[in-house]
Design a binder for this molecule. Structure first.
Ligand SMILES: Cc1cc2nc3c(=O)[nH]c(=O)nc-3n(C[C@H](O)[C@H](O)[C@H](O)COP(=O)(O)OP(=O)(O)OC[C@H]3O[C@@H](n4cnc5c(N)ncnc54)[C@H](O)[C@@H]3O)c2cc1C
Length: 290
């Protein structure tokens, strides 16, 4: 339970962090809140020779409106997401999800950037980012670029980040006024990762038909899953039981959960479907103002 030895670096700018990481190559690793990385180091599943702590870079903090997007600095903590009025007004899904991550102690230190960059399929924010169609702003020795969350996750702990790249901010288009959203998570106890969870963002038309819908699933595959076919089936419907059943079946089809102490693959797939239909119902209620 004691990590291997490492050198600790605390740059004060993104540029310095990027230069340090470029110099360390495979031997360097970014440290954010440390609530996923430090446990891995203690178990000796990670043994970086150099830790580059982003905690001293003030540019990586904060939540602001930028035109039609909300931009959240990567080092913004999960606790700060919960307390943000700007987010509560515009993207309440983030607050709802953050409140379901771990416990207050973890949320005080765990960051949004760490949660989305970690690549653990058990992290809650990535599926939410798929549903919200977020983009990650990234800095590296080759310059800055933007990566769509929907193209970011490639395998367990394997993302589109190049070695030495840092997620600097998460950019989210503000969903239209009157949209509904929900995150439904099944967990064994407070503080646990999801057995299965689903994020839904939708809009309804005047007659109650679905105008648009996006669905993300947590911890039922090697990556967070974007349930595109399920969403396609629901557009234009009034979310009646038959069409929801078809959409759930389409979502279940793309899952491939691991068997672990949270349940068998069959159970977790079924729970993903249950979480999805509950999230759809809740999001629709909210869109109707109920
Ligand atoms: C008891 C416990 C329960 C938990 N339960 C949950 C849960 O239910 N749901 C959930 O989602 N999470 C859970 N977590 C994880 C927690 O949310 C972590 O805080 C989060 O996964 C990682 O954020 P961090 O800031 O701590 O990142 P760190 O642990 O510092 O980093 C995680 C990884 O991401 C990389 N990284 C971090 N920031 C960046 C960046 N800006 N750019 C590039 N790479 C970066 C690091 O190099 C490392 O590989 C739990 C943790 C604990 C200890």
């Amino acid at each position: 339970m004691i990590p291997g030895s490492f050198a600790y670096h605390r740059p004060s700018s993104v540029q310095d962090a990027v230069s340090l990481l470029a110099g360390f190559g495979e031997e360097g690793r970014v440290l954010a809140g440390g609530h996923s990385l430090i446990p891995m180091m203690k178990l000796r599943l990670a043994a970086p020779a150099n830790l580059v702590d982003l905690g001293g870079i003030s540019d990586l903090k904060g939540i602001r409106l930028d035109g039609a997007d909300i931009v959240i600095g990567a080092m913004t903590t999960q606790h700060e997401l919960i307390g943000s009025d700007l987010l509560s007004r515009n993207i309440p899904l983030l607050r709802e999800t953050a409140l379901q991550i771990a416990d207050p102690q973890v949320r005080y230190v765990g960051t949004l950037g760490g949660n989305v960059a970690n690549g653990d399929p058990g992290n809650d924010m990535p599926a939410v980012m798929l549903a919200l169609n977020a983009t990650y702003q990234v800095a590296g020795k080759g310059g800055n670029r933007r990566l769509a969350a929907r193209q970011f996750y490639q395998g367990a702990y394997f993302t589109a980040l190049e070695p030495g790249e840092i997620v600097t901010a998460i950019r989210i288009p503000v969903p239209p006024a009157g949209h509904g959203s929900a995150y439904q998570k099944l967990k064994r106890k407070i503080g646990d990762y999801a057995t299965a969870a689903a994020a839904v963002v939708l809009t309804l038309k005047g007659g109650g038909e679905v105008g648009s819908v996006a669905i993300g699933l947590t911890n039922v595959g090697e990556t967070p899953l974007f349930a595109e076919e399920a969403a396609r089936l629901l557009v234009g419907s009034t979310l009646g039981p038959e069409i929801v059943k078809k959409a759930v079946a389409a979502a279940e089809k793309i899952t491939a959960p691991a068997s672990d102490r949270r349940g068998t693959p069959e159970y977790r797939t079924k729970m993903a479907g249950v979480m999805m239909s509950r999230a759809l119902a809740r999001a629709a209620q909210r869109a109707r103002g109920e």
